[in-house]
Design a protein around this ligand. Structure first.
Ligand code: NAG
Ligand code: NAG
Ligand code: NAG
Ligand code: NAG
Ligand code: NAG
Ligand code: NAG
Length: 667
């Protein structure tokens, strides 16, 4: 993938010197996550766009890595992959509750970023398992693109001299593709081939989001029925007679059980490393009567504990694990906290109630910035909001023609497109507010080129393989993996939240109207979450009961922004109450998940928690280092650099994560 395909967001004052392109990403791993938008079932880029995958970003001496070259195994057998990472495929039963041992097997794709010290080193702190959210997000992709930064946050200070301090810990970062997602097999697709899928997605984009026109309801509803009926059939058809059915086993509890298996097998693997290292040590330096290495790395069979860091939907996964296996928690950080009870049962308030307050901040900061804000309007924040609303109304009444450029064809800039930019802005204000201001001010002047460029860049062409070309575009040879995350998202969410499957036209319309009332900025968007489950008809074999709660073997650390568009602080408080002893740390910023803005205060707390098990005092509120549009990041970076190299490195990692527009799922 060429970086040049990605549009540059205008570099406002707070991204001095940083571009949106991938040159900042170490290793030669491509960075599909940058600027990939959401992708919900079958809707278009404004809901989700499919990140373009280079199937083989890394070519080593042994040729390009492919997951197919790893034989699935019931123990963890890591192989080198992707330049500096290790990969394994863990063989697990599709149905964890089946007792005859005869069922279908799955191979969970697992990736490991090794710690800066060997597993056998006393300073090795364990493996932190992560989940990026979604549902449907690829943990493999998360570790490839964010693994080094996550490691920087949790590891002891990166300054070389500190590496010798024995009480300092260094961690592996590991993750996996959940069932139905990316490299985990068996996989599925809702389309017979990629061309049908791309056609569908482009047409859905052209039809526009709910609320975009008088016909938008009818068209979106009919699309949902057609897609979801077919898709749930595809995922509930056994691969052979008598086989277990994937769709019945993609929901969250079996994935939590997979995590338990991963940490058990990890213990077994660690002991194996320890045994080898001990033997080498004894051979080269004389027999150690204490057998210190072996002792340290011993597999605590059926007692291994989880170190976990999940965001957004990843907090549902973490809370589910903690409720099902409360005595298996060693450390757990949950960031951007979903109310798991609401998620599983539908009972409780909708989560988008704080989103418009984030848009209000857009107007506020733009006003404070004054004339340097491209969308500034004299008359204070109210005038800016009115001006934006007029723009939305005008685009709703009439879309805008955009002439072709040298790099893209003609386009039409629509209300739906603007709403998509607004949604990014409230999810990631630091990255998105300046972008929104820039695009909106151009549109006011009748210029839709930037919006068209962006829309264009969000699409993800894939070049057909030789096999596909030979067999013809409609053949199954043109199927590729890693393109179904939007549909995987529904496969997981709709079976976790079974109540969403039963919506009829009237009840759905009611739901949609109530969300519109609750949030002007993301109400229409969020109603697509439920629409994507309409006519879905797969019942999970192992459902989750509410409340999701437990007395865990170690207290959890919850972190949440004070203003989050889809996981409000209220949810975080509710979940903190469900796990006695756990603590909620607040970050005084806006956006989805705390990594949306760098906060040295929050990351230092997360580091202390993983390093030493320390929890922040109840009620602690941390500042963010950078405010959207207003802050001067170069200045902050300079200040940290003068204090210590470690702080500068940490700040840099946080900044990088905050500017990465993640592949957008709803959660
Ligand atoms: C799927 O995994 C591959 C690595 O095997 C990664 O490069 C790609 O970005 C992932 N795809 C998605 C959609 O996350
Ligand atoms: C092995 O480790 C345990 C703690 O995990 C310790 O109590 C014990 O003394 C160690 N045994 C030896 C022989 O070092
Ligand atoms: C709506 O669009 C039409 C056609 O572009 C235009 O003539 C009309 O003035 C617009 N109305 C409003 C209220 O903007
Ligand atoms: C499933 O994975 C295999 C092997 O990676 C791949 O060849 C196939 O295209 C994938 N199928 C779908 C439907 O994604
Ligand atoms: C946790 O333990 C307390 C005290 O034993 C008990 O009252 C409570 O019901 C437990 N909570 C959960 C969620 O298990
Ligand atoms: C940001 O800070 C840097 C370093 O202190 C300074 O050189 C630059 O002029 C500042 N930029 C703005 C826009 O204030």
């Amino acid at each position: 993938m060429e970086n040049s395909k990605h549009p540059s967001l205008p570099s406002g004052r707070n991204h001095n010197g940083h571009t949106w392109q991938g040159e900042r990403f170490r290793r030669n791993v491509v960075n599909p996550a940058v600027l990939a938008l959401t992708a919900l079932a079958g809707l278009s880029w404004w809901l989700l766009s499919v990140p373009k995958t280079d199937s083989n970003p890394t070519v080593g001496t042994a040729g390009p890595f492919s997951w197919g070259q790893i034989t699935p195994s019931q123990s963890l057998e890591y192989e080198d992959c992707f330049d500096g990472f290790q990969c394994a495929r863990l063989d697990v039963p599709m149905d964890w509750q089946r007792s005859d041992g005869q069922g279908t097997r799955m191979a969970i794709a697992i990736i490991r970023l090794p710690a800066k010290v060997p597993v056998t080193d006393p300073r090795w702190g364990g493996a932190i398992l992560t989940n990026p959210g979604g549902p449907g997000g690829s943990g493999v992709a998360q570790v490839l693109f964010s693994g080094h930064n996550l490691q920087t946050i949790v590891d002891a200070a990166a300054v070389p001299t500190d590496v010798t301090v024995p009480e300092h810990r260094f961690f592996d970062i590991i993750s996996f593709d959940p069932r139905g997602v990316n490299n985990t097999t068996p996989n599925f697709s809702c389309f017979p081939n990629l061309f049908s899928q791309k056609n569908w997605e482009l047409q859905a984009e052209a039809d526009g989001m709910l609320g975009s026109s008088a016909e938008s309801f009818m068209r979106n509803w009919q699309r949902a029925i057609a897609l979801n009926t077919g898709c749930s059939q595809a995922i509930s058809t056994p691969s052979q007679p008598g086989a277990d059915v994937l769709g019945e086993h993609t929901n969250t509890p079996p994935v939590a059980r997979d995590m338990l298996e991963i940490i058990e097998r990890h213990g077994e693997w660690r002991e194996k490393q320890g045994l080898e290292a001990q033997q080498n040590h004894d051979k080269s330096q004389g027999y150690d009567p204490q057998q210190g290495i072996l002792n340290r790395t011993k597999w605590k069979q059926d007692q291994e504990k989880l170190l976990y860091w999940g965001r957004s939907y990843g907090t549902v996964l973490g809370a589910t694990f903690a409720a099902l296996f409360p005595d298996r928690v060693e450390r757990m950080v949950l960031d951007g906290v979903v109310d798991s009870d609401k998620y599983y049962s539908g009972v409780g308030s909708e989560p988008v109630g704080d989103a418009d307050a984030i848009f209000d901040k857009f107007a506020l900061y733009c006003d404070q910035l004054g004339a340097e804000c491209p969308f500034y309007a004299a008359g204070g924040p109210t005038a800016i909001k009115e001006s934006y609303q007029e723009l939305e109304n005008a685009l709703l009444n009439s879309s805008m023609s955009v002439l072709p450029s040298r790099t893209r064809g003609p386009e039409v800039a629509t209300w739906t497109d603007l709403k998509a930019v607004l949604r990014i802005a409230v999810y990631q204000p630091l990255a998105g507010f300046s972008f929104l201001a820039d695009i909106a001010s151009d549109l006011l002047r009748g210029n839709g080129a930037k919006l068209a460029d962006f829309k264009h860049a969000m699409r993800s062409p894939t070049c057909p393989s030789d096999e596909c070309l030979a067999a013809g575009p409609w053949s199954t040879a043109c199927q590729v993996s890693g393109q179904n995350e939007l549909y995987a998202s529904s496969a997981i969410l709709c079976s976790d939240a079974e109540y969403m499957q039963s919506a009829d036209e009237d009840s759905f319309k009611q739901h949609w109207r109530s969300l519109q009332k609750l949030s002007n900025s993301v109400g229409d968007y969020w109603s697509h979450v439920r629409l994507n489950c309409a006519a879905w008809s797969v019942k999970p074999k192992w459902g989750m009961s509410v409340p999701v709660s437990g007395n865990t073997s170690y207290p959890l650390l919850f972190v949440n922004n004070i203003l989050d568009p889809v996981t409000p602080l209220q949810s975080a408080k509710h979940m903190t109450g469900a796990f006695p002893g756990s603590v909620l740390l607040q970050q005084d910023s806006e956006g989805h998940c705390t990594l949306a803005a760098p906060s040295m205060c929050v990351s230092t707390s997360i580091r202390r928690y993983f390093q030493a098990g320390e929890l922040p005092a109840v009620g602690t509120v941390c500042n963010a280092d950078l405010k959207p549009m207003l802050g001067n990041s170069s200045k902050i970076e300079e200040e940290y650099s003068t204090r210590s190299m470690d702080e500068a490195v940490l700040y840099r990692a946080l900044l990088e994560e905050s500017q990465r527009i993640r592949t957008y799922f709803p959660l």
